[in-house]
Design a binder for this molecule. Structure first.
Ligand code: HEM
Length: 378
């Protein structure tokens, strides 16, 4: 009896001692995870802004207005009339000006310049907003074990994205009057990869490590795989959308569900070799985008039904939101076609893809790390 009591006191004392030693450390670790999560979400917000500004830069045909790439000296726009005249003179040498915009005035040039300058400036801000906090977190040893690589990759991709941006712009400076659609697709695709990664990191880090581990035991593997496949298909659809935009393929074939009165317009296969039509012929490029959209939509409806059987309310809610966003995106895509892809329609359609991506990442997280459900009272 005495022995038992003594043991209990001893255990209590040990537990207390452990608590006083461990609790602040655990609390600090939670706080570190939360701070890093907030930073990743802030980057996600900046990337969304960047996607919108990038879309508007393309839609206002501003992307080729700055003909050089200087990471440091390019920060400053021209300040004097001479500076503007010099920048305009460089633009006047490229085919977009000589073949299309030959009657452009200096003030019109300034408008397109500011779009491109804003897009690049925001790119630099994102780079710094990634690099500086990353260095501070690493220096203060706040990065949780196993997270260095996961946090490093989006940073690296942001850097690579700057280079891809220039690779894209440079394709429009010599022979073409616009940028190469494949490069535009790579640029948009990498933006969505960065966005998905930082949202995923933010979600995972916003929960304490122990809660995350416990949630993982409830993982729903079939749902995780299904959402991953649908996420992959959404990514393909986004790349296909970039090809539609890059070829200005949304400006032709403004009827729906047919295309110029046909299921597949006859000119959709006129390029040779045949495979080139899939990526380069505006008729087939738009056809691809429509078909992938229908398949994706059908898959999302299936996901919604499948999630009803998962027995997890939060997951059901998120897949419902995915279905709502996909429905809106499909309908808006059709309206974009019917109106010949004007700026406002196109930019909202692009934002719709951002919303759908966020919701798919969020739903996948719910399936991979389910939130504990409250037990219903009887
Ligand atoms: C869930 C399905 C869809 C997704 C995720 C999606 C995504 C995208 C994306 C990311 C772009 C590129 C926007 C840009 O770079 O400006 C795009 C362009 C476009 N999409 Fe979709 N899309 C979907 C469905 C559809 C459907 C069903 C249609 C029409 C039937 C459609 C018509 C268009 C058109 C016309 C463009 C070109 C807009 C432009 O010229 O800027 N989309 N789509």
């Amino acid at each position: 009896m005495t022995g038992k009591k003594q043991r209990a006191i001893f255990e209590d004392a040990t537990a207390q001692a452990q608590e006083t030693v461990a609790a602040p450390a655990v609390r600090d670790a939670h706080r570190d995870r939360e701070s890093i999560a907030m930073w990743q979400f802030a980057i996600a917000a900046l990337v969304v802004l960047m996607i919108v500004v990038g879309g508007l830069t393309r839609l206002t045909d501003s992307g080729l207005s700055i003909t050089e790439w200087n990471l440091v000296t390019g920060v400053l726009p021209p300040f004097s009339t001479d500076g503007w005249t010099a920048e305009f003179a460089k633009y006047q040498k490229i085919p977009e000006f000589t073949e299309m915009n030959y009657d452009m005035s200096l003030s019109e040039f300034k408008t397109i310049y500011w779009w491109e300058w804003g897009h690049r400036f925001l790119g630099r801000i994102i780079g710094l907003a990634y690099l500086i906090p990353f260095a501070i977190f690493a220096f203060r040893k706040q990065i949780p074990v196993g997270w260095m690589g996961r946090l490093f990759i989006p940073g690296l991709l942001i850097l690579v994205q700057g280079v891809i941006g220039w690779w894209m712009v440079s394709s429009g400076l010599t022979e073409r009057v616009d940028v190469a659609p494949y490069r535009l697709a790579v640029h948009l695709g990498v933006a969505f990869v960065i966005l998905s990664l930082v949202i995923w990191n933010g979600l995972r880090l916003s929960r304490p490590a122990t809660a995350s581990l416990a949630a993982r035991r409830e993982r729903m593997p079939a749902m995780v795989s299904a959402i991953s496949v649908i996420g992959g298909l959404t990514f393909v659809q986004i790349l296909s959308g970039a090809l539609v935009a890059g070829h200005d393929a949304g400006r032709g074939y403004t009827d729906w569900p047919l295309m110029n009165g046909a299921i597949i317009p006859p000119e959709a296969t006129e390029m040779s070799p045949l495979w080139r039509n899939i990526f380069e012929n505006p008729a087939l490029v738009q056809f691809d985008h429509r078909i992938i959209g229908y398949v994706l939509f059908a898959a999302i409806i299936w996901l919604w039904f499948r999630s009803r059987r998962a027995g997890h309310d939060r997951l059901k809610n998120w897949t419902t939101w995915v279905l709502v966003a996909a429905t809106g995106q499909m309908l808006w895509g059709i309206l974009t076609v019917l109106n010949g892809a004007p700026l406002t329609y196109a930019i909202i359609h692009q934002l719709g893809a951002v919303v759908l991506t966020f919701l798919l990442v969020r739903a996948r997280y719910e399936a991979a790390y389910p939130t504990m459900q409250k037990i219903a009272r009887t």
